[in-house]
Design a protein around this ligand. Structure first.
Ligand SMILES: NC(=O)c1ccc[n+]([C@@H]2O[C@H](COP(=O)([O-])OP(=O)(O)OC[C@H]3O[C@@H](n4cnc5c(N)ncnc54)[C@H](O)[C@@H]3O)[C@@H](O)[C@H]2O)c1
Length: 317
């Protein structure tokens, strides 16, 4: 099986490459290496590499034409909600136009397409199943929802073979420190406070990244490729403050919480159910493994802590 991994140098993409390696596959990684895509994430992995932009139609199509993948999995995205509030146009570029380029390739070349979306497309305050309507709140989730709708349209209009996968909030090794859990771990290791938006009661459904990639691989085995949706909730819904409490216990450190003004449009609660059945790593165990990874891999994050999204309490401002 020939796998092509778009965005394979990012957080979830690189975990997927590792998982494929453990099964004996050597995928082709296609990545632009934006701020969150790092060659360090693929250290020790077995892969071929093309540096390229999904927005660049010609490079994407010639790579696919030469490599002839059986499956293309698209993790390439602008992925951070705060950045989308600051700079929405970048999100339309990669998360919508980039997706259309991949879909155009799917029309011309014969491969199965796994489109990685997010629980955020459903919006907040209700428990979504795979048939629930989309109601995105942020420029990020709006761009992801638009990408999903184009996948559906290409399946219906052109008959391409695709599935849409919607994981909930992932955490684990190699997540860029702008995201809440690595930010909390690293700032606490540095003796800094942890900024918490609003009242800290916003609830997320947490899933360990190694569970997500295993479940995506299982979906590939059973997919019908008719544009169907697969939700991947972690089934572990905790508020930001609850996560910090468990993380503090895991780290054996006091978390210095500082409440800051709420993110504009902040979703209060994500909740999904899935037609799939699977086991996941308990949150405390996943947080322990995540903390141990950041503790023993300071070299990975020390050069990143100048990033304004790591340093500032309200980075969208
Ligand atoms: N992290 C989460 O909690 C989470 C939850 C649900 C869904 N998702 C989705 O999973 C996917 C991966 O998320 P992640 O957390 O690994 O993100 P990430 O930011 O860590 O990685 C994104 C990767 O895409 C690459 N990329 C960005 N723009 C590109 C472009 N134009 N061309 C080629 N490559 C490009 C980056 O270099 C990086 O390697 C995204 O689609 C995201 O929306 C993430």
């Amino acid at each position: 099986m020939r796998f092509m991994i778009l965005g394979g140098a990012g957080f979830i993409g690189s975990a997927f490459v590792r998982f494929l390696n453990s099964l004996g596959f050597r995928p082709l990684v296609f990545d632009l290496f934006t701020y969150s895509g790092r060659i360090e994430n693929l250290l020790g992995c077995n892969f071929d590499l093309i540096k390229g932009d999904v927005k660049d139609f010609n490079t994407l199509h010639s790579t696919i034409s030469n490599f002839k993948p059986d499956i293309v999995i698209n993790f390439a995205a602008e992925s951070h909600v705060d950045r989308s509030i600051y700079s929405p146009q970048d999100f339309v570029g990669t998360n919508v136009l980039g997706v259309i380029n991949v879909l155009e390739a799917a029309r011309r070349f014969s491969f199965d397409y796994v489109h990685i979306s997010t629980d955020e497309v459903y919006g907040d305050d209700k428990c979504a199943d795979e048939n629930s309507p989309l109601s995105p709140s942020s420029p990020y989730s709006a761009s992801k929802a638009a990408g999903d709708l184009f996948v559906k349209a290409y399946v219906r209009t052109y008959g391409i073979r695709a599935v849409i996968v919607r994981p909930s909030n992932n955490y684990g090794p190699r997540q860029f420190p702008e995201k809440f859990i690595p930010k909390a771990i690293i700032r606490t290791l540095l003796g800094m406070h942890v900024p918490v938006y609003g009242d800290g009661k916003a609830e997320r459904d947490w899933i360990f990244v190694e569970d997500t990639v295993r479940i995506i691989y299982d979906i590939i085995k059973y997919a019908e490729w008719k544009g169907e949706v697969y939700n991947i909730p972690g089934g572990q819904r905790y508020s930001v403050l609850d996560v910090l409490k468990i993380l503090g216990e895991v780290m054996g450190k006091e978390m210095k919480v500082r409440f800051v003004s709420d993110r504009p449009g902040h979703d209060r609660r994500y909740c999904m159910v899935s037609k799939l059945r699977y086991n996941v790593t308990p949150l405390r165990e996943g947080l322990r493994r995540t903390y141990e990874w950041y503790l023993s891999n300071k070299w990975w994050w020390e050069s990143l802590i100048d990033d304004r999204f790591f340093r500032e309490d309200e980075p969208w401002k």
